[in-house]
Write a protein that binds this ligand. Structure first.
Ligand SMILES: [Ca+2]
Length: 163
């Protein structure tokens, strides 16, 4: 009887220790992170660039950081990007996104290659005025999206996958 009890105890110990291993294993599951100074959101890392650059220079600057200009695919992402900008710039100045249609008027492309599946235009935008084809947000009173000449200089937001 004593022996049976010892065996049972041993069994319980083995079970408990393997359960601990499982718990530890789960704790060690790889969780993507963002570099210091970047903000994590939906498995992405976003970064506000205060320096005013034209659209191409802003995208090139993001590329140096292993990123692209930010793309936005939902209202919640839009709010997050606006909140990031506001945290650095309480005046909410116009800021470049990675969106453009310079190749063809009705073909919108995000510089990170993602699908164009969400938009938040100001009223009467995009108006393609004088061929403007790069997009910023925080435009005018509505503070939503506007197509702008690509050579205008604005702050920007870069985004990359958390790694
Ligand atoms: Ca416009």
């Amino acid at each position: 009887m004593v022996r049976v009890t010892q065996m049972s105890l041993l069994f319980v110990l083995v079970m408990v220790s393997s359960a601990f291993e499982k718990t530890n294993g789960q704790k060690n599951v790889f969780r993507p992170r963002c570099p210091v100074g970047w903000t994590k959101y939906n498995e992405h890392c976003i970064f506000y660039v205060s320096q005013a650059l034209d659209w191409a220079a802003a995208e090139a600057n993001c590329l140096v950081l292993g990123a692209h200009l930010v793309s936005i695919h939902s209202e919640s992402e839009y709010r997050m990007v606006k909140a990031l900008i506001h945290a650095h710039d309480p005046s909410d100045k116009p800021t470049w996104l990675g969106l453009s249609n310079c190749q063809k008027r009705d073909s919108w492309f995000w510089s990170d290659g993602s699908k164009f599946d969400y938009s938040k235009w100001n009223k009467e935008e995009p108006n393609h005025s004088n061929g403007e084809c790069c997009v910023n947000l925080n435009w005018d009173n509505q503070k939503n999206w506007n197509d702008m000449p690509c050579n205008a200089a604005h702050p920007s937001v870069c985004s990359k996958k958390a790694a």
